[in-house]
Design a protein around this ligand. Structure first.
Ligand SMILES: Nc1ncnc2c1ncn2[C@@H]1O[C@H](COP(=O)(O)OP(=O)(O)OP(=O)(O)O)[C@@H](O)[C@H]1O
Ligand SMILES: [Mg+2]
Length: 382
């Protein structure tokens, strides 16, 4: 049987024959970790009869959309996929020699505490808690395999016993099957955010810095290429209310502050938006913590919708764009002071809730832009 494989497959294949219990695939985006491990599981099952392999991820929908899809695709490419062998209600695939692969998520208590397996592979293993790992470790006979991007500052994965672990590092450069457009997007992180570049392009843990954003360019004029935009709106009273116009063009955004002012009542805000000719047909992404203000704005004819407020995701989204911003002292102050919360020396994934009004408004707008206009499979999500 011919297998088109990368060097990452070969390294894992070798590690599977070795004495170490843990095989750790730490790497950047699109380095062929997941694909190679699917191939590895298939080869293992074909060559060994009566084995049980568990493939686990934090949530099942994510597992289905990635590993399960690659797994069946590879079997189909090899011409050995059988519909009858695939029990879709249990999500178990059984090979003719009796070896089987089961797919489940860590919330599936029954499976996690269930019967023993020979090999466990945890995909995106950094999403799992140490407790999940402990459970799996107790009920796995032979080997545990992990793959992840080293995006966390600290993790149980970084503390596995070195003498019982094979560490396989990888980057997109190890994957010759990747289209140039994807390589370009990964390389582009160098321009948009150093920390993301380090993690997703180089596959290395980023040196933690407390400043959330870097690499923004402040300018006195908006370049003509920026024409499409939406608004992000964060309500305040003692804090400023921030209304930001956020343009996007290819992989860049341009931020233009429109309102940044404390002590605005709802009536004053709506009046001000009228004076500033804020278009009623342009979407405004607003903080849903204040539904009564949103309701009044909608009554006045504005197209206001609830913003997605998932903080870490929103910040990571902003980091995948080249950010240009209209020269403005308030925004500059927020940018300079917007930092991750620190506990001792440990930098958390949570921003300090200070100087974040414009930053929140920008994040609401960018989360919408990214989810609405950049979901195409041609765009890598990090
Ligand atoms: N051996 C291969 N043969 C053909 N295509 C491959 C092979 N390995 C990887 N690819 C292609 O490269 C893409 C990226 O690989 P993969 O998803 O395994 O990367 P990854 O390291 O898991 O990335 P991420 O960290 O983003 O999850 C795959 O979707 C597949 O299209
Ligand atoms: Mg993967």
């Amino acid at each position: 049987m011919e297998l088109k494989s990368t060097i990452i497959f070969q390294k894992n294949h070798q590690a599977l024959q070795g004495p170490e219990r843990f095989i750790v695939n730490e790497g950047g985006s699109r380095s062929s970790k997941t694909y190679s491990l699917c191939q590895l599981v298939i080869v293992y099952c074909l060559q060994n009869k009566g084995k049980v392999v568990s493939i686990i991820r934090k949530t099942f929908p994510a597992l289905r959309a990635t590993v399960l899809r690659d797994f069946t695709e590879i079997l189909k490419d090899l011409g050995i996929y059988s519909l009858e062998a695939h029990n879709k209600s249990e999500q178990i695939y059984t090979f003719p020699n009796g070896s089987m692969v089961e797919f489940f998520s860590v919330d599936d208590e029954q499976k996690i505490r269930g019967r023993k397996r020979d090999i466990a592979w945890c995909n995106e293993a950094n999403e799992l808690y140490f407790d999940d790992f402990t459970q799996l470790n107790m009920r796995t006979e032979h080997k545990l395999i992990f793959d992840y991007n080293p995006s966390d500052n600290s993790s149980w994965l970084y503390e596995l016993p070195p003498d019982d672990t094979v560490l396989i590092r990888s980057t997109y450069k190890d994957n010759p099957f990747l289209p140039q457009s994807i390589r370009n997007q990964i390389e582009d992180l160098k321009r948009t955010d150093e920390a993301l570049y380090q993690i997703y392009a180089l596959g290395q843990k980023a040196v933690s810095k407390s400043n959330i954003y870097s690499n923004w360019t402040f300018m006195t004029h908006r370049p003509a290429r920026f024409t499409s935009y939406v608004y992000g709106l964060d309500f305040g009273y003692n804090h400023p209310t921030a209304l930001m116009r956020v343009y996007w063009h290819e992989r860049d955004i341009f931020i233009e502050p429109v309102i940044y002012e404390s002590y605005l009542t709802t009536t004053m805000l709506i009046e001000k938006m009228g004076q500033l000719n804020i278009e009623k047909e342009v979407t405004i992404l607003a903080d849903y913590a204040r539904p009564e203000i949103i309701a009044e704005m909608v009554n006045s004819g504005y197209d206001v919708i609830n913003a997605n407020k998932v903080v870490k995701k929103g910040i990571d989204y902003v980091k995948t764009f080249g950010v240009y911003c209209m020269e403005n002292k308030d925004i500059k102050r927020e940018y300079d002071n917007y930092k991750w919360k620190k506990i001792g020396d440990h930098i958390t994934d949570e921003p300090v809730k200070l100087f974040d009004d414009a930053m929140d408004a920008v994040r609401y707008a960018v989360t919408y832009i990214k989810d609405e206009y950049f979901t195409d499979s041609a765009y890598v999500s990090f």
